[in-house]
Write a protein that binds this ligand. Structure first.
Ligand code: SF4
Ligand code: SF4
Length: 112
């Protein structure tokens, strides 16, 4: 199994998760992060750190498409290990539904 980043990370990117990951397996897109499924050691410490509740174990039902997205973009986006300030409008987007359809960007972020 692995942990995956899901919809509510989009446009939030608080990044509390990246600093606790012992194997540095977060990768940064333009407006969300993903976890590399083959690098994640399933320790679970990132899940409670995410203030947007966007990190889930892939054992939860209905996460297949998110697992695929995490796997696809973890090899396209740069590694991120250091927390940056969240976007100024992050709170406005916390909990908004359907963010993937409206806002997902395949563009890479800056990484470390
Ligand atoms: S803490 Fe949560 S919302 Fe923030 S970047 Fe990490 S996964 Fe995304
Ligand atoms: S479960 Fe552990 S290894 Fe996997 S992404 Fe979270 S902190 Fe990193």
């Amino acid at each position: 199994m692995t942990y995956v980043v899901t919809d509510n990370c989009i446009k939030c990117k608080y990044m509390d998760c990246v600093e606790v990951c012992p194997v540095d397996c977060f990768y940064e897109g333009e407006n969300m992060l993903v976890i590399h499924p083959d690098e994640c050691i399933d320790c679970g410490v990132c899940e409670p750190e995410c203030p947007a509740d966007a990190i889930k174990p892939d054992t939860e039902p209905g996460l297949d498409s998110w697992l695929q997205l995490n796997a696809e973009y973890a090899v396209k986006w740069p590694n991120i290990t250091t927390k940056k300030p969240e976007p100024p409008d992050a709170k406005e987007f916390d909990g908004v539904g359907g963010k993937f359809e409206k806002y997902f960007s395949p563009n890479p972020g800056q990484g470390d």
